[in-house]
Ligand binder design. Structure first.
Ligand SMILES: Cc1cc2nc3c(=O)[nH]c(=O)nc-3n(C[C@H](O)[C@H](O)[C@H](O)COP(=O)(O)OP(=O)(O)OC[C@H]3O[C@@H](n4cnc5c(N)ncnc54)[C@H](O)[C@@H]3O)c2cc1C
Length: 414
């Protein structure tokens, strides 16, 4: 494919990975972003590149919790009911996807995408000299008693069926792995092959530098309109316009707003999450992220502290933060780890850009051949950004894609 002038809208981990990959292939690439790094999901996530993230959020196991979620009794998922009109259509489709059949379909689609994630990150790390930001100790899901561990049996069977490497650790073995853990857990599931990133914001910053070093053009601004034409696409910003032969929309939780005027009604919700950084007490250390299933938080060693992240809050992306979930997560994490003081100013709230079937949207826009979509990566955007970039580059070049893209087809929502 001859070099093309390509604009990417959105400079989070997804857009940036695409921009870098296309630049490496010799294209003239412009990356347009609002330029507020802390506002990105890519800044505040838990940093896990997990080949075991094969489950869409909607699934049969969720049905048993629906009442607790609805009344705000479960910290894993909170709903801001005042925002319901904004995400009601999404919620309807989400509930349809909680059937066993839909869950299996989603799992089969996600498995190859996440399986390819660690290798794609390793290739990025080598190529762009960012290996020091990665750890290869895996991560641990921990259970407080045998009953809770037994409840995850079908998910473990599914992981095994998809060749995800895990190890069950119990009793003293768990504490040999993570000596700082309070003695309140009976079992752990160790995702041995997962990579972790310390810290995701630093990875984005390093990749931005790599992009600029390779002659990529960064434009700071907000895209107000996308106007496809027969021979290209115009992007209207606040003060200027950008002309490109091809445009990739990778604008995270705001992607749907941008393409709605073109007639695309892709259901996208902001599954919001919170984090805070907390220091460990002197002498304590955490080797890898832990997900305390009952506590509904992840604690990731990061930036010389521990980043505690919450479960899901269904709200509008721009709703004011509600600290209830992070307060709960922090209290639960304090009961599991020797945590000391909160790092001042580390409070964060951001969005997982999520589709109701839990699958990203990756492909050519159904009615506009010069427009491509790459968004909706939900809980796995950090992990799957480099593979998404390879897929977009292959699509444009007419090459076979690294993973099957049919399940991620932008046309699937009608
Ligand atoms: C608490 C939490 C924990 C998570 N943990 C993990 C994890 O461990 N592993 C994992 O893989 N994923 C995780 N995720 C999910 C992951 O963070 C997201 O899937 C990912 O960051 C999405 O990246 P993105 O590039 O699509 O969006 P973003 O990072 O949000 O970037 C989108 C960019 O588009 C820009 N933009 C939007 N509209 C416009 C416009 N009109 N003009 C110009 N620019 C625009 C925005 O300014 C932003 O910079 C987590 C998320 C949360 C909230």
């Amino acid at each position: 494919m001859p070099p093309r002038r390509i604009a990417i809208v959105g400079g989070g981990i997804v857009g940036l990975s695409i921009a870098l990959t296309l630049r490496e292939r010799g294209h003239d690439v412009m990356l347009i972003d609002r330029g507020i790094s802390r506002a990105r999901g890519s800044f505040g996530n838990a940093g896990i590149v997990n080949p075991g993230s094969i489950y869409p959020l909607a699934g049969p196991s969720l049905q048993a919790h629906l009442v607790r979620y609805a009344i705000g009794a479960d910290p894993a998922l909170r709903i801001r009911w005042r925002a319901l009109p904004a995400f009601a259509p999404w919620l309807g489709r989400f509930l349809v996807n909680t059937t066993a059949a839909a869950w299996r379909r989603g799992t089969a689609a996600l498995a190859p995408l996440v399986a390819a994630a660690p290798a794609a990150h390793r290739a990025f790390a080598d190529r762009y000299g960012v290996g020091a930001l990665y750890r290869a100790q895996g991560w641990l899901r921990v259970y407080r008693d045998a009953r809770a561990f037994a409840a995850g049996a079908s998910e473990r069977a599914e992981l095994l069926g998809h060749g995800v490497k895990t190890a069950v650790v119990s009793g003293q073995h768990l504490y040999d792995l993570e000596p700082a853990l309070a003695r309140r857990f009976s079992h752990g599931l160790w995702f041995v092959d997962a990579l972790t990133v310390d810290t995701p914001g630093a990875l984005v910053a390093a990749l931005e530098t790599a992009f600029a070093d390779r002659g990529g053009q960064r434009i700071t601004g907000s895209v107000r309109a996308v106007i496809p034409r027969a021979d290209g696409v115009s992007l209207v910003l606040e003060q200027s316009a950008v002309e490109a032969e091809l445009v990739v929309i990778a604008a995270g939780a705001h992607a749907d707003e941008m393409i709605r005027p073109l007639g695309y009604r892709l259901p996208l919700a902001a599954e919001r999450g919170y984090h805070v950084h907390v220091r460990l007490k002197d002498g304590a250390r955490l080797a890898r992220p832990i997900h305390d299933v009952a506590g509904a938080y992840v604690a990731s060693p990061m930036a010389g502290a521990v980043r505690v992240t919450t479960g899901v809050e269904l709200a509008r992306a721009d709703d004011p933060p509600n600290r209830g979930q992070i307060v709960h997560a922090l209290a639960a994490a304090r009961a599991a780890l020797p945590l000391a003081a909160v790092v001042p100013g580390s409070d964060w709230c951001g969005s997982r850009p999520s589709t109701p079937d839990g699958l990203p949207v990756i492909g050519i826009a159904p009615r506009h051949p010069r427009l491509l979509f790459a968004f909706g990566h939900g809980h796995i955007g950090l992990a799957t950004a480099p593979v998404t970039a390879q897929a977009i580059a292959a699509l444009l070049a007419g090459e076979p894609t690294p993973v099957p893209l049919a399940p991620f087809d932008p046309g699937r929502f009608g």
